[in-house]
Each structure stands twice: as structure tokens, then as C-alpha cells.
Design a protein around this ligand. Sequence first.
Ligand code: 6PG
Length: 229
Amino acid sequence: MSPHASAAAAAVGVINQAVAVRGSCSLALSGGSTPVPFHRLLATEFAEQVPWGNVHVFWGDERYVPHSDARSNYGMARRTLLDHVPCPSENIHPMPTSGPSSSDAALEYEHTLRKHFSGGVPRFDLMVLGIGIDGHTASLFPHSPALREKSRWVLAVTAEADVRQRLTLTLPVITRAVHTFVIVTGAEKAAAVELARSARTDPADCPAAALQKSEGEVAWWLDAAAAGH
Ligand code: 6PG
């Protein structure tokens, strides 16, 4: 079974468990290209097993481009998942990217989170993440000041990446998730995966290593190449 199919099957369990216990599931999606097969499976093979009316969808990070831009994480999730399942529009909470100030957008998204999580530090039921070859996760990049943030939940950051202006959840939120799924494929990421899972790694050098301090359960869904086999 591919890591995407294993992750999708496990996600169905996590989502249903959250809904059974709390009446709803808060799901934070990742961007990039790796999640696409995972999304497509949730939109097809596994769609009937998910109580979409009780799922609230958020994002772990976003590129600061219009949602119609091909590089938008929201746009990718719509094309590959949300346009194909009965998740109510009021349950879908994209990071805002249409205003002139990404800093204001970060504050606006914090307000969105505060409303949904009734004030306390957001604890997502399921946080889906990827990892870059440089060890970044969400839009937390190596040596970024955002890695030291202890109180803000969402920050506007500038990244050395294809889209430089981004919004990202911070580590206080990411590491609070009940379940974190890191989906990684490809040999080019094997070194980053190994670093991220080593106790010797400084998260400043490899931000995904910060997941070792997660309060919840972290599951790595890897193909053989990303696992270094
Ligand atoms: C983003 C993602 C980012 C992604 C990694 C891996 O907005 O780009 O959230 O953290 O998970 O960059 O991207 P790929 O899956 O495209 O390799």
C-alpha cells in the first residue's frame, strides 16, 4: 500500500474518532505536491467513510498568492479534494491571501482560529504536513525567526522558496495537534527525513525535527525511497 493510501486509511480513523468524541474534527492540510494523491484518495475511495459535515478544514501554511493562483495551497486542496466531497463551505477556513498585508492576514487567521477553538491555543485533531529537502515543514524554514515564536499562532514569513511571501502556523500550534501525519515520498527527501527524526538534530537546522516535541502522536508515512531503503 502506498504511503498515501496508508495515510488516508489512518486519517479516516482519526477523523471518525474525533467526531465520535468531540462532535467534529479539525483538520489542517498541507500544501505542495505530495498531498495530492492523499487528497484524491479521500475524495474517492475513502470519501464515503468520512463524515464531511463534521469536518472543519484549515491550512498549516499558505503561499501569499490569490487562491486562483496555481501555487495556492487552498486552490490545490479545492481541485484535489474539497470540490469533490460534501464538506460545507462554512467548514472550510482558508488562510486569507487577498489583502495588501500578509501580516494583517496572519492576525486575521489567528482570529479565525480563536473563534473556532474558543480562545485556547488551537489543538488540531489532525495536522497533515510535508517536509522540504531542506527540512522545512509548513512554511517554517531553517534558521527562520518564526521557529522561536512562542505566543503567536500564525505568522507572515518570507521564505527562500518559489513563493517568498507566506503564512504559516507556528510551532506552539503545530506541536499541539492530537495527531500529526507527515507524508513524504522520494529519495531526495530521505536525508531530511532522517535528520528530522534524529534526537541529535537542532530544529533550527531542520524545522521538521521540532515535531519530536509534539504533544500528540506523530506518524511518518514514507515510501521506501524517502525512508532511505
Ligand atoms: C508548501 C508546503 C510545504 C511542503 C513542502 C514539501 O506550502 O509548500 O506546505 O511545507 O509540505 O515544501 O513540498 P512538496 O510536497 O511539493 O515536495
